[in-house]
Design a protein around this ligand. Structure first.
Ligand SMILES: Nc1ncnc2c1ncn2[C@@H]1O[C@H](COP(=O)(O)OP(=O)(O)OP(=O)(O)O)[C@@H](O)[C@H]1O
Ligand SMILES: [Mg+2]
Length: 377
């Protein structure tokens, strides 16, 4: 195998990880493989205690005249899974590439496990498993040969490699295809091999750029389960365009728009964030839907009423209030006074999709202007 054929950035990445001999008692793999307490030991024996595994402060990345990431700051706690959301071109991959030391920041700082991505990139690289948008795979290699090759490059002791390759093949459900040539794999299976190479050295931090992209629904579910099983011991940032994935897999969401962070919170807090208007789900029986709707629309502070499903004589509606109006007591009173039965009345949180679209819509024209500016260059 001609090593010069190897994906150049990945080669640089991996070759940077061979800091100590594989069998060295203080090798990074040795400390990773022997547990959390020892994971805190650096190769030089220094103790590193950080509640924040990833810290980004005022990070800016500029490509020529195009600023892809503008002065963003965020922190990711140990064991957290953070979903990185944003439209195409928002700056997700760029941020991930800075965190994984593929790109230097233009301004600002980023650190992983307390190590600066610019000044201590070797230490950072040892602690990161990276699944890029396009996994760096050798199409002519068998899966097992490729993973063995990666394991060697990542400094896993020779005696542990076969066991570790078997383990990651099991975890990523590719054990039955270990001897298949990578070039013959479907996109979904290539993605699994990409995940396998990212976790093979059991790094404490995983940066996964659209890990479920191209997977069928069953494979997506398996990949999510795998990612969930890695949480706790691993700190994970994953980017995705699948909003339900964030709700299922992530403890925290960072929404990035046009290079800027527009939200950074838990999924639950985002659903119940303070809004000027409220939406209420209401179920009523005892009168025709049209009559109930008309009465609800007359309640002070109501902006609009939408009919929802009707079942077994129950009429359902979603009521939206005007800004800064709390309409729930008045709605209840109106229904009871009309002599109808009030079966349900509850505030409805916004869906993540609604939140995402709202937070990313205001910049749309600005993004278009920016794109035009870039095209014109
Ligand atoms: N190598 C590059 N040279 C110049 N501009 C770039 C380069 N890579 C990315 N960009 C620009 O930086 C901005 C952010 O791109 P980035 O790939 O980080 O977005 P993204 O959020 O990952 O998008 P997607 O969801 O499509 O993967 C875009 O405007 C993009 O065109
Ligand atoms: Mg991207």
């Amino acid at each position: 195998m001609n090593l010069s054929l190897y994906y150049p950035r990945s080669s640089a990445f991996i070759s940077g990880q061979i800091g100590l001999p594989h069998n060295h008692p203080k090798s990074w793999y040795h400390s990773l493989a022997t547990g959390l307490a020892q994971r805190r030991n650096t190769p030089s024996g220094q103790s590193v205690k950080h509640t924040h595994m990833i810290k980004v402060e005022g990070l800016t990345k500029r490509y020529a005249r195009n600023i892809a990431v503008k002065n963003i700051s965020f922190e990711v706690g140990k064991g957290e899974i953070v979903g990185f959301l944003g439209k195409n071109g928002a700056g997700k991959t760029t941020t991930m590439r800075v965190l994984t030391c593929f790109l230097p920041p233009t301004a600002g700082k980023a650190s992983v496990a307390g190590f600066d991505v610019l000044e201590q990139s070797l230490e950072v690289r040892k602690r990161i498993g990276y699944l890029p948008e396009t996994p760096p795979l050798y199409p002519e290699m068998e899966i097992a040969t490729y993973l063995t090759f990666v394991a060697k490059l990542k400094g896993i002791p020779a005696g542990d490699i076969a066991k570790r390759v078997d383990e990651v093949c099991e975890r990523t459900s590719i054990a039955d295809h270990k001897h298949t040539i990578i070039g013959k794999l479907s996109k979904g299976y290539r993605q699994r091999v990409g995940l396998a190479q990212a976790i093979i050295h059991n790094p404490p931090v995983l940066i996964l750029d659209e890990p479920t992209s191209g997977l069928d629904p069953e494979q997506q579910r398996e990949a999510r389960q795998l990612i969930a099983s890695l949480s706790g011991d691993h700190t994970i940032i994953l980017s995705t365009h699948i909003l339900s994935e964030v709700e299922q897999s992530c403890s925290k969401v960072i929404i990035i728009n046009n290079g800027e962070i527009v939200a950074s919170d838990t999924v639950a807090n985002l659903h119940h964030r303070q809004r000027a208007t409220e939406s209420i789900r209401i179920e009523v029986s005892g009168a025709p839907a049209g009559q109930i709707k008309q009465r609800l629309e007359q309640v002070a502070g109501v902006a609009s009423v939408e009919s929802r499903d009707t079942r077994e004589g129950l009429e359902a509606f979603e009521v939206h209030s005007l800004e800064n109006h709390s309409v729930r007591p008045e709605l209840a009173r109106a229904i009871v006074q009309a002599g109808w039965n009030l079966n349900e009345l509850r505030p409805v949180g916004e869906s993540l999709e609604e939140i995402f679209l709202e937070l990313t819509k205001s910049e749309t024209s600005a993004s278009k202007d920016k794109e035009q500016e870039v095209v014109a260059q």
